[in-house]
Ligand binder design. Sequence first.
Ligand SMILES: [Ca+2]
Ligand SMILES: [Ca+2]
Ligand SMILES: [Ca+2]
Length: 624
Amino acid sequence: MGKSILLVLLLAIGLIAPLAVIPASANNDTIVVGVDLAHGESDEYLDYIMGNITFVEWVVINDTITEDVLSGIDILLVGQPTVHFSADEILAVVNWLSEGNKAIWIAADSDYGSGKDYQIVANTLLESIGSKLRIELGSIEDGVNNAQAPYRVLGQMDPDNVPELYTFLLKVGIEKPILFHGPSCVIWVDDTGTPHDPLNETFEGLIRIVWTFDTAYYKENTEPWGMLYYPDYVGVQRRYLFVGAEYWSDTNTVVVASGETPYGGYEGGYAWEYYGVALDGPKYVRNMILWLASVVSQRIVSTTVFEMTDPEGDDNGPGTYVYPTYSDFVEGAFDLLKFEVDSADGVLVFKTQVKNLSGNPWDGPNGFSLQFIQIYVLTTRTDLPVNHTTIGANVEIEEGWHFALMLTPGWDTDPVPVGQKSAIYFANGSCIVQDGALVVTADQESNLILAFVDTSVLPDAENIANWKYAVLVLGYDGFGPSKVRDVFAGDPTEWNFGGADATAVLAGVAPRVIDLLAPTADDQYEMLSSYTTEPAALAKVSLVSAVAPPPAPTVTETVTETVTETVTETTTETVTETTTETTTETSTTTVTEEVPVTDWTMTIVVAIVLLIIGFLVGWFAKRT
Ligand SMILES: [Ca+2]
Ligand SMILES: [Ca+2]
Ligand SMILES: [Ca+2]
């Protein structure tokens, strides 16, 4: 049955109305990003962006924006519009935003040439939707940090830290600058229209994301003159804001404004190289989309590639360890409950959950204080060096590892064990300190220590389903051996674990591992007791690998509707959507998380409708 026939029938029997009240989205639905090309934007780099960022679905908008067009879209990108939005289009955007769980990114240009008009288009849209953000009506140049010309300005990712809004995602893997080609900058206005400088004035909900270097300066090309920086800041070298966001907590909405565009423009922000300057444009755009998608869906958008639970109450090492007695060491602080690895287009998320993260009593910069998580990973590569040692855990990794994550509270500047920062170690001893390829944070509410790693620095990311892990929970101690809280024989002290085997302590082989990822507590106790004292040899820890998938089958859903259909026929979409479901039952733990499952409510409604139609047809047939 064709869509239109069904729609007519539904309309005819007055059953279309109940369909509209069925909730359209849940947290796990795929996030849809709409890209506006209907207001004179260029599509440069759009193929790369849509092809490489696959944790969201993409919809290109080529026609007038209406509420129907926006229906089903979660994030709207408006990259340097050159044509004004009509009043009806603005109303459609306003109504769409008011639904909540939405994000819009409005990008502009410098005031060079016709750019001055694009600035007005962007500001009109920002003002109309109720944003405080504005594009300043001038240009930013930089005589030092540029791609061979002052107007090809380089920017720096340096987001404000708002952990509950996932801002740590913005930094993952970014170490090189980002190109802002012929840009302006972002300022904000208060309710009276007075402009303010985001460098030193903020407002509730403002999130500053990308900045210029401090060698940038403000410049005027054309009237109208700048609202804030003209004339006082013309030629003044300092940091200006390139990308800023405004968060509306009442509707969970994000508005982003940027002085240049991620796609299109003369040269989009996605660029990975320009005039010989290496850039992190692809990671910048990926991270922005990952961040926006995560905020609107209120979870870190990713796919689980490995997960394993650990028994509760086995936070006693080889079975005998006791926590230090100082009051900060609360029950469950070192009890590993779950370890999970998620993936999102080049970003890996390592989630270590303990029973009670116990706050951040000593203000660790990474959001936790007590724990030292060590994750040793053996990939499928056979040509790489393999290391069996650990950093201060006093055990050996039996099969060895290719790289390891050392997750610490994060004081100082140098990587552990010399300094205190978190780091990725490779088997040959080289390491990468945190805040580039590795970002570490904590989610106190969920008792999670989170590590984000950009796969560009890791070997064998394509075979992640077959990686093996050892996950060790230790106590962190800035004064302990290799920054690990030590374990004593006999009673615990205020600051040290107790209950270790005295002979093992004497022989120097007592493991400093409080909990270890293992199927059962006995497996753990056996491994952590496998040391010998004569001759002295460390306990051997074996790796865990992908376990059998949960009972529910892995479902891959292919949505076969085209973009146009999604946009124009949303009312009937759920009824007639054609899907291909592939059921696979393999030993891999790859689980597609963001699968829209069959909506049985809808199926039942449709069945009832068809039943009624059948009766009606039968009844009419009988009468004639
Ligand atoms: Ca101007
Ligand atoms: Ca445990
Ligand atoms: Ca365990």
